[in-house]
Design a protein around this ligand. Structure first.
Ligand code: MG
Ligand code: MG
Length: 622
């Protein structure tokens, strides 16, 4: 299988794109004509750059409105094709991609189109070229790969082949089964794209919302299984038109692209049990058993107040690092690590972002296997300084430059090896575990982190939810394990005025904005928090008036009102939430109690965001 990407996927100039594509480890590249037209150099220059980078140009595209034209347009179309062949000759590319005709004056008819392709195949062959035909979902006469294949079949020329494109196939919900009957040597190119399921016209959907495999809703696994049944082992290329990618980092999107293909092909291998030539075999997706700890980078100004807050929340200082200015704070199954070192990773992080979450450790079965999978998926590993006798905890670069650690049974002894126990008998507040961690990020990078988590961990993703913030819309997507041991909420907004965006400004980057901690009795926990002097986010009265509609007893509502607790119900499942006031940078804790409830209180999010916005506008001495 030759893995490739189309230049149209990336931002930047053509030479920047090519370099990023080579760096990301692709073998092939599809050159989009527009990238060539806007490039300040000749096709021969491009050929040289591509060769120097060790890449291969697999396709030149697109050639439009070719088949089924009446004369005199038909002759002109063939002349146009010859000029494309001239460019291909200079480029050193042998495959021209032709998409189905959308011209109003084009004529239908399978045989007419086949006749055109037979003639073009002859002309291409004379110059050592091939042509490949793709059915656009919005093609005038041909919009189904089965018709395109019939035309290719009837053209009956070895230099004429078929393009399969997952977007055009899924957009029209075309049956995948007939793919299995296509001879593999007649499929010249397979273009892969995912997309969210949207109800809109095919062209706009395709031009703006395509995304990488694993980021959208298409059943690409079903498509790939059908393709594999043909024995296909040729060109597999990403062709993604996406506004966010065009605004994003050229290099990051190229790496994401390669990662998405490796992930998709690994899933295919696991599904069918058949190895894929030239594609590495990865250890399985990592089963996450929970969050072992969250690490905060703190400084002298921040630490005392934060420790007071932790104590108020029922945490006790349970360990002191043997060689570093690092302490462990615990309650139930929750561990927080406060890192006040004056050098090293956490320190640099605190300098760059202010006090904030600098790392998160996931409990896994085999940390080394997790790192092997991550490495194969092109994730970036991190090695820090280790003191004598200390455990090395494997780590990856995560969101906003933070670290993602893996801790297995063997490494869970870090609490004994690296920390001396501390005597602290502060009373707990009934908090048992980390329920979820919410990370805020730039809108452009949301798909990156979605793919990062989904490809590495054994998690599933929820559909995107749009949440109303007083300053704009926040897009929210959840990745979580089936048993809820890990729940990550990814938030981003395009507006600069949402709480999510303000947090990014505050810490100069993306990161953990809130951590939700679980309790089995939220009312008792709130009593403890109040006694501990924790400031809870006040919830407006109107919210509680509205709760009566949910059929709650008045005294129940009064109890919630008195405790600033938000409530949601889904059938017989119930959910209670309460928030601490935000710290100066916008970070906060949430306390939740779940009764068979699977969601995150989305209905309450606008209430919470409005309350936080009101509070944030007040002077900070509050
Ligand atoms: Mg295509
Ligand atoms: Mg939450």
């Amino acid at each position: 299988m030759l893995l490739s990407i189309a230049t149209v996927c990336l931002s930047g100039t053509l030479d920047e794109k090519l370099e990023a594509i080579a760096q990301a480890g692709f073998t092939g590249v599809e050159i989009f004509e527009n990238d060539l037209l806007t490039f300040d150099g000749s096709p021969a220059d491009v050929r040289r750059i591509v060769a120097d980078l060790g890449l291969k140009i697999v396709t030149f595209q697109p050639f439009r409105d070719f088949e089924g034209m009446p004369e005199p347009q038909r002759s002109r179309t063939f002349d146009r094709a010859e000029r494309k062949f001239d460019v291909m000759q200079e480029l050193g590319c042998d495959l021209l991609m032709i998409c189905s005709n959308v011209a109003p004056d084009s004529l239908g008819g399978i045989d007419r189109a086949a006749e055109d392709f037979r003639e073009l195949g002859g002309r291409a062959a004379a110059r050592g070229f091939r042509v490949a035909y793709e059915a656009l979902a919005w093609g005038r006469h041909v919009n189904d790969y089965r018709d395109a294949w019939e035309i290719v079949r009837r053209a009956d020329h070895p230099s004429v082949g078929l393009v399969l494109d997952t977007f055009h196939t899924f957009a029209r919900k075309t049956d995948l089964k007939p793919i299995r009957a296509i001879p593999k040597d007649r499929i010249f190119l397979v273009q892969v794209a995912d997309a969210p399921q949207l109800d809109m016209d095919y062209l706009s959907w395709s031009r703006h919302f395509r995304c990488l495999p694993g980021q959208g809703d298409f059943a690409l696994g079903d498509f790939m299984a059908s393709l594999q049944a043909t024995g296909f082992d040729g060109l597999l290329s990403l062709e993604i038109f996406n506004d966010r990618f065009r605004a994003g980092s050229t290099r990051a999107v190229a790496v994401d692209g390669h990662r998405s293909l490796l992930f998709m092909l690994d899933e295919l291998r696991q599904r069918t049990g058949q190895a894929i030539p030239e594609v590495p075999v990865l250890p399985g997706r990592v089963a996450c058993r929970g969050v072992e700890f969250v690490e905060f980078a703190v400084d002298d100004a921040f630490q005392p107040g934060f420790e007071t807050l932790l104590r108020g929340l029922g945490f006790r200082r349970s360990g002191v690092h043997r060689s570093k200015a690092v302490t462990r704070w615990s309650q139930g199954g929750i561990n927080f690590v406060l890192n006040a070192e004056k050098e090293g990773f956490a320190h640099s992080f605190a300098v760059a972002h202010g006090p904030s979450v600098c790392a998160m450790a996931l409990r896994v079965d085999d940390a080394d296997a997790a790192m092997t999978r991550a490495g194969a998926l092109l994730d970036q590993s991190y090695r820090g300084r280790i003191g004598p006798g200390e455990l090395e905890i494997p780590a990856l670069r995560g969101l906003g430059g933070s670290l993602l650690y893996f801790v297995d049974e063997k490494r869970a002894s870090l609490w004994e090896t690296d920390f001396a126990p501390a005597a602290d008998d502060a009373p707990p507040a009934g908090l048992t575990r980390i329920d979820h961690v919410q990370q805020s990020m730039q809108y452009e990078e949301m798909l990156t982190w979605l793919l990062f988590y989904a490809s590495l961990l054994d998690v599933h993703k929820s559909p995107v939810q749009d949440v109303l913030d007083p300053g704009g819309i926040v897009h929210s997507q959840v990745v979580q394990t089936a048993d809820g041991a890990l729940r990550l909420v990814l938030n981003a907004s395009q507006s600069q005025r949402t709480m999510s965006a303000r947090f990014l400004d505050g810490i100069l980057g993306s990161g953990v904005q809130h951590i939700a901690l679980a309790t089995d009795d939220i009312f008792a926990t709130v009593e403890r928090l109040k006694a501990g002097g924790v400031d809870l986010l006040p919830i407006p009265e109107n919210y509680y008036e509205d709760l009566e509609a949910k059929g709650l007893a008045l005294e129940e509502i009064e109890r919630m009102r008195g405790a600033n607790i938000l409530y949601d119900r889904d059938g017989s499942a119930e959910y209670w939430q309460v928030y601490t006031k935000s710290l100066a940078d916008g970070f906060f804790f949430e306390i939740v109690e779940r009764l068979d409830y699977q969601g995150f209180g989305a209905a309450n999010a606008p209430i919470r965001l409005a309350a936080q916005t009101r509070f944030a506008r007040k002077p900070q001495h509050l």
